[in-house]
Ligand binder design. Structure first.
Ligand SMILES: Nc1ncnc2c1ncn2[C@@H]1O[C@H](COP(=O)(O)OP(=O)(O)O)[C@@H](O)[C@H]1O
Ligand SMILES: [Mg+2]
Length: 251
């Protein structure tokens, strides 16, 4: 088991947002987290990443066998967690190219590794773009592509994506999905995959291009249902999240 979340409850500004969350992700697996706006998806994401504002009041998070419930974000990232934020902040004074070098573990004075340079190009960026401050004035699509580019440089082995497809046009969703598939070892047979992921998506559009092993539906801060992603998505497409509320008796 790569990630074990047991009986988790989380408060933000003294308000309980998540409760009774149990989630287990095995090595090589991709899980999907679905749920209506405001159900707590990003709260779970930020909590797993260890942001201090998200206060764990109950339960525990075990990552790679280590209890990380109260460990820092830095520690978790060094252990191999990576993220693509829904709305990452702009970082004035930090060039995207320099950030990529740090994320890849090469010195700031070194040239960008040719492999990364190729990824830059396949993600439709060029060398001028690397001179720009991270996310400053980037378009919505550029922000999402830059998040994925940074993950490709960092090569984490557990990756959380918070709505990588939101606000991205269809053509770019396919491009992002192609890279997400690389990041999650989808080119390998399931039993040989080393990388795992938690893919948060509101409408599940990206799942047309990225396969998942299990899906979970978050409703009002609780996991209302877990199961086969194709079945769950099909039901949500037919009946909306309203169908989930009725199905699991959460009125
Ligand atoms: N800083 C905050 N202070 C108070 N409530 C918050 C804060 N951040 C999020 N929430 C609340 O937590 C709930 C879940 O939000 P969020 O995790 O962003 O949901 P999702 O990502 O599923 O749309 C919402 O009701 C939201 O208003
Ligand atoms: Mg969100």
């Amino acid at each position: 088991m790569l990630l074990q979340i047991t009986d988790l409850a989380v408060e933000v500004n003294n308000k309980e947002i998540l409760s009774d969350v149990d989630l287990y992700i095995g090595k090589g697996e991709t899980h999907v987290l679905l749920g209506p706006n405001g159900s707590g998806k990003s709260t779970l994401f930020m909590t797993l990443l260890g942001f201090p504002k998200y206060k764990i009041t109950r339960g525990e998070i075990i990552f790679k066998g280590e209890d990380v419930t109260h460990l820092s974000t830095t520690h978790r990232v060094k252990m191999g967690m990576g993220v693509s934020f829904q709305n990452p902040p702009a970082i004035r004074g930090v060039k995207l190219g320099d950030l990529l070098k740090i994320e890849h573990g090469s010195g700031e004075d070194a040239d960008l590794n040719p492999e990364i340079m190729e990824m830059v190009n396949t993600l439709k960026f060029n060398e001028h773009f690397l001179e720009r401050d991270v996310n400053l004035g980037f378009s919505g699509g550029e922000v999402k592509r830059s998040e994925i580019l940074q993950l490709l440089a960092q090569e984490p082995d557990f990756i959380m994506f918070d709505e990588p497809d939101s606000g991205v046009d269809i053509e770019n969703v396919e491009l992002l999905a192609e890279k997400i598939n690389i990041l999650l070892d989808k080119d390998k047979k399931p039993g040989l995959r080393e990388k795992s992921g938690l893919l948060i998506t509101h409408l599940g559009y990206i799942l047309n291009f990225v396969s998942a092993d299990t899906a979970h539906v978050l409703l009002d801060g609780r996991i209302a249902c877990s199961g086969n992603p194709n079945e769950i998505i099909e039901d949500i497409r037919k009946e909306g999240f309203k169908g989930c509320v009725e199905c699991c008796g959460m009125h």
